[in-house]
Design a protein around this ligand. Structure first.
Ligand code: FEO
Ligand code: CA
Ligand code: CA
Ligand code: CA
Length: 554
């Protein structure tokens, strides 16, 4: 197999030491500002969170909770380095600003018993928010309060479905939820990814309505928000696209589950670079593939099309073969038509021979199409290994690098290599599968991964807190510090810690201005005294800038 060329960058910041401070730590010469907290107003009307619990109508105008994936869109004829539309996912409610702790505990433990108001409140805080933002004369970013683009898409609002399985879904689907990470299209729409295949807050809603990629036009010109069924139904993490010179495009996607496969969706047609409206059904018409990895560093994309690759009536799904040395009993699944394949994508992928991975989180595509990286966050339950998932009890995860044949989004085959194994040499007493091979600053549980337009690769972590490092008596925060963000050089593989989060949080979401002077990053589910000392902790979007206004990382 041909290894992908690996760019290397000088990077001038000094690593931030691992720490357990209850604040955001960045390198000397960088500063942090909070842009959008859970409970801040997105849609004008009513009050922002002020310490009192809201009515459902009030909460519907707020930024939801557990900020996750996000994308920044340039507004035509406005300098994109000073303004834009920021679309942000809200993965889960920040319950602490919606209802009492006792109510929140009860709702989460038994959603079926929640009152209508509790349910509405919880569903108000998931979904997506779009805000116009601008940089002021002082260099600080803020939300434009009365922008006509500011909008909430929540667990209470309505969605339509497109693609081959649309007929099996409700005509007016209530809610998008568990909006984990995100992606965008070449025609500048936002893709929000549903990471659960049911509505865990409102069990009365049919399960088939969830677990999709949802396309939203932040400019409000194209279709209303649409669940794109052709892209499959599973625990969607994010999407990352690769386009070629002929404007053909593939979207890469991971199923964050044990087991979970890696997919790509290839649109049948070329997209239009001149007419946004011509792309309105691009994501409804195309082919869905699952990745099968061979031990020799090659791999193939297997088509998930009814009638092919075993996807027939009476197919046998091998099930969860990675988690036990005793293989489970296969289950019989009937794939009568393409809608069956799309509704049961996880099963179809296993039937077709897809490789089950250690929880694929984000995928990113290099700007020159020569590499695709996948964060495989961890899988402490893995008992049966393979070449791409080489560690039993994979507590700290790994990063995989792939390269399409001909660097083409239309390729039927690819090559792959293990890029790095996460962990820390200091954990050697717990066994070699905890030590990893990171060159430089170590981490556990890579989750967010994105190569910026200059080719620099950023990795964000989500190790569970509280949690163990794998060595008795050593917590995961003691081993690695709080969750953090790293620059990892693609050639030298040197890892440098760029940012460390406050207590209890995960670091996720990366967006930037085109000039890379401003990075937008999400602090999800902090549990201490952040972002406002003395107030309840709230998930928030922050902006990281260099005090000398040079590009981040240069
Ligand atoms: Fe919502 Fe897989 O992270
Ligand atoms: Ca994630
Ligand atoms: Ca995660
Ligand atoms: Ca999360």
């Amino acid at each position: 197999p041909t290894p992908a060329p690996a760019p290397s960058f000088s990077i001038s910041f000094n690593s931030v030491p691992a720490n357990q401070n209850d604040r955001v730590t960045v390198p000397t010469g960088y500063e942090v500002n909070v842009l959008l907290k859970a409970g801040d107003l997105i849609v004008p009307g009513g009050a922002a969170f002020n310490g009192s619990f809201p009515t459902p109508g009030q909460a519907e105008n707020w930024a939801g909770g557990n900020h996750d994936g996000m994308e920044l869109f340039a507004i035509p004829s406005v300098d994109p380095n000073t303004a834009g539309l920021l679309a942000v996912n809200f993965e889960y409610p920040d319950f602490n600003i919606l209802m009492s702790d006792a109510e929140a505990t009860a709702v989460q433990a038994n959603p079926a018993a929640a009152t209508a108001t509790q349910r509405q409140l919880a569903l108000s805080a998931v979904g997506v928010g779009v805000v116009e933002i601008q940089r002021g004369a002082d260099g600080k970013w803020s939300v434009v309060a009365n922008s006509r683009f500011n909008k909430r898409y929540s667990g209470n609002s309505n969605y339509r479905a497109g693609g081959p399985a649309a007929g099996l879904l409700s005509t007016n689907i209530k809610g998008t939820l568990n909006n984990c990470a995100s992606g965008r299209t070449p025609w500048n729409t936002y893709l929000t990814c549903e990471e659960t295949t049911d509505n865990y807050i409102d069990p009365s809603q049919p399960a088939e309505n969830y677990g999709w990629v949802v396309e939203i036009d932040p400019f409000l010109e194209l279709a209303p928000p649409t669940k794109r069924t052709a892209m499959g139904r599973f625990d969607h993490e994010n999407t990352a696209f690769m386009a070629n010179a002929d404007r053909r495009v593939a979207f890469y996607m991971g199923d964050d589950a044990t087991p979970g496969c890696i997919y790509k969706f290839v649109c049948d047609r070329a997209f239009s670079a001149t007419s946004r409206a011509a792309n309105i059904d691009m994501l409804d018409v195309g082919q869905l593939f699952v990745a099968r990895f061979n031990a020799d560093g090659t791999g193939e994309w297997r088509l998930l099309q009814q009638g092919q690759n075993g996807l027939v009536v009476g197919a046998r799904d091998p099930g969860n073969i990675s988690q036990s040395t005793t293989p489970p009993t296969p289950t019989v699944v009937d794939f009568r038509n393409q809608a069956d394949v799309l509704i049961n994508t996880k099963s179809a992928a296993r039937v077709a021979g897809g490789t089950v991975m250690d929880r694929p989180e984000w995928i990113t595509v290099a700007p020159d199409n020569t590499a695709i990286f996948v964060a495989l966050t961890n899988n402490s339950g893995r008992r049966v290994t393979d070449a791409t998932n080489p560690r039993v009890t994979n507590r700290h995860g790994h990063i995989l690098k792939m390269r399409e044949s001909g660097d083409s989004p239309l390729a039927g085959s690819f090559t792959w290599e293990l890029f790095l194994l996460a962990g820390d040499p200091a954990l050697a007493s717990g066994g070699a599968n905890l030590t990893g091979n990171i060159n430089g600053d170590t981490f556990s549980s890579p989750d967010g991964i994105r190569i910026d337009p200059q080719g620099r690769m950023w990795v964000q972590t989500d190790h569970s807190v509280p949690g163990t490092s794998g060595v008795t008596g050593v917590t995961i925060d003691q081993a690695f510090g709080h969750n953090a963000m790293f620059h990892v050089d693609q050639k030298t593989k040197q890892s440098k810690r760029f940012l460390v989060g406050p207590l209890g949080c995960e670091i996720t979401g990366i967006a930037y201005t085109p000039g890379l002077t401003d990075f937008f990053i999400n602090i999800q589910h902090p549990t201490g005294n952040w972002p406002v000392n003395g107030e309840k902790p709230r998930s928030s979007t922050i902006v990281v800038t260099r005090t000398d206004k040079q590009p981040v990382g240069n």
